[in-house]
Design a protein around this ligand. Sequence first.
Ligand code: PGA
Length: 240
Amino acid sequence: MEVKVFKDYDELSQQAADEVINLVKQKNDAVICFASGNTPLGTCQWIVKKAMTEKIDFSKCSFIGLDEWVGISPDNSGSCRFFFYENLFKPLQMADAQIFLFDALATDLNNECRKMDNVVAEKRGIDLMIVGIGINGHIGFNEPGVDPNLLSYAIDLHESTKAVGQKYFTGATELAQGITLGLDHLMNSKKVILMANGKSKSEVIKKAIKESVTEEMPASIMQKHKNGFVFIDEEAASLL
Ligand code: PGA
């Protein structure tokens, strides 16, 4: 694992966007897994900007969504699906056949998970995963204490995830479960970039990358990834 500290959120976002753009230039059928949320928003915006100016062809890429709030409708602006379509898929004019997202309304969540695992297997793995980190150390919905050997699964969310998650929704929203790629997918991805910005992430970043690797701090597994990078701004790095 390598840690890269950038001046601010914009520089961090540009660098992460460059990783995606450079990958697609080298491998036009790249398989990219992305997180939604506040952290990767700037990265999405820079990817779109750079794709336009540099005329990058995304039409052969595959995009996998890291996670989703179970039971939240796709037209809810707080859903991960909504985020991806607004910030990445529509601006890049991606076709539905390139997009692989969990169905939050699926009645059989286990089947939904196996479908996602099959997508990853059929595509021979994920080339690049870009993820954020929660203040409780989660990646996607891999909450503290979770088995790091899991592929995709549904999970009861921690109270902090339900509380912090309210920020994505326009009104109070009941959040109970999440569906997510497990940490086994992360460890098998050819490259992973964990991003964090701002003072509010400084404490968890310190725990995740400076302290021991433990299931209680899911993001600490990044320390074991052979091609893992932590991209942070100076504020998130302030306790290192
Ligand atoms: P954020 O979420 O990017 O909105 O801070 C990170 C997370 O909880 O995984």
